[in-house]
Ligand binder design. Structure first.
Ligand code: PHE
Length: 454
């Protein structure tokens, strides 16, 4: 049953729908996280698992989030309240808000690194001669006590201003121009990487799957990366679905969003890995990877500082369109469930992210070597990254797919996916099958083996 909430804003154009969902999906996940995850998980083996997860799990769950969002015209809490007969489904919302706050915290740290590199590019501070020096530079910056914290907070202030003023329209319009610009600049860097001496090796690393390298660890990494990159499993895309008009083609929007998002991730792999092999860097060095390799690439280009300034600025904007979308999850919770006014909710969201963001930024400096309450052998940054992306998002996605596949009224699902029968959706059965069986079973199995539950 379509909801009565007719006054809710809607996206005006088809481009608006795609630009906003792609704005949420494309960000540090594609350009920073994808290369480092692929690098630590064996390249080609990871890529093949990642693509499998996007196709069989990502696109169906994205469709399910859009369906539930548009049908209820509500955020994740209101949606399950309307559609589910049991209050237990509220837990999907709690998983979503926990994940959104964890991601916002560590994501802001990396977005802060982007700001530092933007600043360094403008002031000519990235002018080193060797890869070793870039390595040392990133190390000394990320382990320093103040600067990473400062940039994390600066980034969160930007995020706050935009979310608080409700000037989202402005940023959306801006991202309509900036996203294609980012895409273009990535294409140029790609061509540059393809003519590097290490291109063959780099491409072989990314595109030749060594099936013997597919371990539970690789699977859980790929699963988490797919959900993280598509902003899935926490209700972000559900909220965006609630702004779709009744003629938005849900399956097409989901496929285009997933397609563009995956393209950007692969482009960024094509940029990074040839350079990795050209400069003799280890692909498996983790979160520092792109911040150490990209400046070396820029240095080789004519007008290197201009490219690097432009690139880090665009990456900053891409991060902002992603954090705006994840902030909405907790803000919706505070305003609609806890009856706070929006300004207060935005302040609370920012305050929580500032506290945990600061702690995450300190993970490499002051808190280096201090493990998470002594319970786990990892720092807070890694703990937040791993738990939110690899556990909470897939768990949320699994519950959403079970709900959409088994409990949601079949007619409602069909009507939403086919716009009341006005469009033909050839993949309808395949989507339902993925939601009912493939997604819950695969995510369940990956959890069991990947997390060593048995
Ligand atoms: N998808 C975003 C990226 O790739 C990150 C994100 C995760 C955004 C979850 C919203 C929600 O950068």
């Amino acid at each position: 049953m379509a909801n009565e909430n007719h006054n809710r804003a809607q996206f005006a154009t088809r481009l608006g729908v795609i630009a906003t969902t792609v704005g949420s999906a494309v960000g540090l996940g594609n350009i920073w996280r994808f290369p480092y995850e692929a690098g630590t998980h064996g390249g080609g083996a990871f890529l093949i698992c990642y693509l499998g997860c996007i196709l069989a799990l990502g696109i169906p769950v994205l469709c399910a989030e859009f369906v539930i969002g548009r049908n209820t015209r509500s955020n994740i809490f209101g949606a399950f309240k309307q559609l589910a007969s049991s209050g237990k489904w509220q837990w999907v919302g709690y998983i979503g808000i926990t994940a959104s706050l964890m991601i916002l915290s560590f994501y802001s740290v990396v977005a802060g690194w982007t700001l530092e590199y933007f600043f360094q590019s403008v002031t000519g501070g990235l002018d080193y001669d060797s890869q070793d020096e870039f390595h040392r530079q990133f190390n000394s910056f990320s382990t320093s006590n103040w600067r990473p914290i400062m940039w994390t907070l600066v980034f969160l202030v930007f995020n706050f201003i935009i979310v608080n003023r409700g000037v989202k329209k402005g940023i959306e319009r801006m991202s309509n121009i900036m996203m294609p610009a980012l895409f273009l600049i990535l294409l140029i860097f790609c061509v540059n990487s393809l003519i590097m001496p290490g291109a063959k090796e780099g491409l072989a690393f990314l595109f030749t799957p060594d099936f013997s390298k597919i371990t539970p660890d690789v699977l859980i990494g790929a699963l988490g990366q797919a959900f993280f990159s598509l902003s899935l499993g926490l209700g972000t895309m559900m909220t965006y679905g609630s702004y779709f008009s009744k003629d938005t083609h849900i399956v097409r929007s989901a496929s285009v969003t997933a397609g563009l998002d995956t393209l950007v991730a692969i482009l960024s792999g094509i940029i990074i890995f040839p350079a990795v092999f050209t400069f003799g860097v280890s692909p498996a060095q983790g979160p520092a990877l792109v911040f150490e390799v990209l400046p070396s690439i820029f240095r080789q280009l004519p007008w290197g500082e201009v490219w690097s300034t432009l690139f880090f600025f665009l990456l900053f904007l891409a991060s902002l369109t992603s954090t705006i979308s994840m902030s909405e999850v907790s803000i919706a919770f505070f305003t609609e469930e806890k009856k706070m006014d929006r300004k207060k909710a935005t302040r609370l969201n920012t305050a929580i992210a500032m506290i945990f963001g600061t702690l995450c930024a300190m993970s490499f400096g002051w808190l280096d070597g201090i493990t998470f309450f002594g319970l786990f052998d990892i720092d807070l940054f890694t703990f937040f990254d791993f738990t939110s992306s690899n556990i909470l998002l897939p768990l949320g996605g699994m519950l959403i797919s079970i709900f959409a596949g088994w409990l949601l009224d079949k007619k409602l699902l069909r009507n939403e996916l086919t716009n009341d029968g006005t469009i033909k959706v050839l993949s309808f059965r395949a989507i339902v099958f993925c939601l009912k069986i493939i997604a819950p079973v695969c995510i369940g199995l990956i959890f069991i083996f990947g997390l060593g539950i048995f």
